[in-house]
Design a binder for this molecule. Structure first.
Ligand code: ADP
Length: 451
């Protein structure tokens, strides 16, 4: 096929030769007349096909592409080829998009793509059902206009998405959703909603089971413990050679009672989904109580010498108070201090048994921390310490009256107070357990005026 420029050149060349020939055999006027009228016809044919092309562009359809003539035949053929390729690509793209939509809609989780100002760009059918959205009408609307839950709005704007958020299902108040947001590179966000109703039910069953079993065991254990105590107190009731067995039985029933009490405490905290009491706590008196308990425990562990073997120091900011549930927080502080004492041996000449309890503002956040010079913990155990019944040293935990549930209780109470537990430790050197509270829970009281 000839190049379009060559074709046009040949045509104009032929016309010029004809006109020169006419000029030679006839007159200049005839030659100019033929040349100009031919050029006019040529121009008119271009205008005609240009108009056809413009008309086609208004309603571009493959079947309506004009056939054209002369140079325009090539133009329209190229256009036809281009349109065919385009259609083929469009079909491929559509089927890929359809496959993507089918796959995305088959995922049981709901997916929503949010734009730079949190407007809905796209979502799956499951997201529509779970979150009460309708892509046809809600596209480009800010998601906060449609999901008005205050926790969701706070979560979305917090830009801290490491933990998921629990949300009630929009159509079924009994159902729970878990919302996780992932920040995408393009300033967009991917919101994933997961129906947690079944898992939640299983979790409730597990919690109820533990709570019920603990309740059922508490009464018989109290009776057994009571009788053992009565018999031990009765003169001559227990033969001398059986006394050590009785002491062991008493010790074990005591241990079981402590485990049951801790399990009940855990299920009470877990079932208590509401916000904790937010009254102001007088940290000065609370820390004094915690220190006294610590001295008592240290003495109890060293009964033979009847005095506290650990050196317990308190470094507290007296102007710093905290908002929260006093009973729960006392349990947190006592648990951390009692662990420090129980895992810091004092019968060793190299260990002076130093325990430092500190209550200070660190990086603008109120922090309660306990530092000990105890046995320390290997790095690999640290992440698992708050799991129920996870113990690094089972026998030491048992010997010192541990239940393996203390740090689990601490973690749950801290979560309820939007606080977090930080642990640093070095084997054989000591550990520091810190409860870091949010700034919002801090209360500054004025320092007492000394006259
Ligand atoms: P336990 O009743 O066994 O002390 P916790 O839940 O309080 O249970 O603690 C879990 C485990 O973490 C303990 O068994 C112990 O191995 C380890 N641990 C806790 N606190 C300390 C500490 N201050 N020093 C060393 N190990 C600790």
């Amino acid at each position: 096929m000839l190049d379009i420029r060559l074709k046009a050149g040949l045509l104009l060349g032929a016309l010029s030769i004809i006109c020169i020939f006419l000029w030679l055999i006839s007159s200049t006027t005839t030659a100019l007349l033929v040349f100009s009228s031919s050029l006019l016809l040529y121009l008119m044919s271009h205008i005609f096909w240009l108009n056809k092309l413009l008309y086609w562009f208004k309603k571009p359809a493959l079947k309506d592409i004009p056939e054209g003539s002369g140079l325009w035949e090539d133009v329209f053929n190229a256009l036809l080829k281009y349109e065919r390729n385009n259609n083929l690509n469009q079909i491929k793209l559509n089927s890929a998009l359809e496959r993507f939509n089918l796959t995305a809609n088959a995922i049981p989780d709901g997916l929503v793509i949010l734009g730079s100002v949190n407007e809905i760009e796209w979502c799956t059918t499951n997201a529509e059902n779970q979150l009460g959205l309708d892509l046809n009408t809600d596209k480009n609307l800010p998601i906060v206009n449609l999901i008005r839950d205050s926790h969701f709005i706070a979560y979305l704007y917090s830009e801290a998405y490491s933990e998921p958020l629990k949300l009630r299902h929009c159509r079924n108040s009994e159902a729970t959703l878990e919302i996780q947001i992932i920040q995408l590179a393009s300033n967009q966000k991917l919101l994933i909603s997961r129906d947690m109703t079944q898992l939640e039910k299983v979790d409730v069953m597990r919690r109820d089971f533990i709570a019920n079993v603990s309740h059922e065991l508490r009464t018989p254990l109290t009776v057994v413990g009571g009788f053992l105590e009565t018999l031990s107190d009765m003169e001559g009731a227990v033969p001398e050679n059986l006394k050590s067995y009785f002491a062991m039985m008493q010790e074990q029933t005591g241990r079981m009672r402590r485990i049951i009490e801790d399990l009940l405490t855990l299920s009470t905290i877990e079932n208590n989904a509401g916000n904790p009491n937010n009254s102001e706590i007088d940290m000065h008196s609370l820390l004094e109580m915690v220190c006294n308990d610590a001295l008592g425990l240290s003495q109890g562990l060293n009964q033979d010498v009847k005095q506290a073997k650990h050196h317990i120091h308190l470094d507290a900011d007296s102007t710093l108070n905290l908002r929260g549930a006093i009973d729960e927080l006392r349990s947190v502080f006592s648990n951390l201090v009692s662990n420090a004492i129980r895992y810091t041996p004092t019968n060793d000449a190299t260990n002076s048994g130093e325990i430092l309890i500190s209550w200070q503002l660190k990086n603008d956040q109120p922090v309660f921390s306990v530092r000990d010079t105890g046995i320390g913990i290997e790095e690999k155990h640290i992440d698992r310490l708050t799991e129920r019944f996870y113990r690094v040293d089972r026998s030491r935990s048992r010997e010192t009256g541990g239940t393996g549930l203390g740090l689990s209780i601490v973690k749950h109470i801290l979560i309820r107070h939007q606080a977090k537990l930080e642990i640093t430790s070095e084997l054989g050197v000591g550990s520091t357990f810190s409860a870091v509270f949010p700034k919002a829970r801090m209360v500054r009281k004025h320092a007492p005026i000394i006259r």
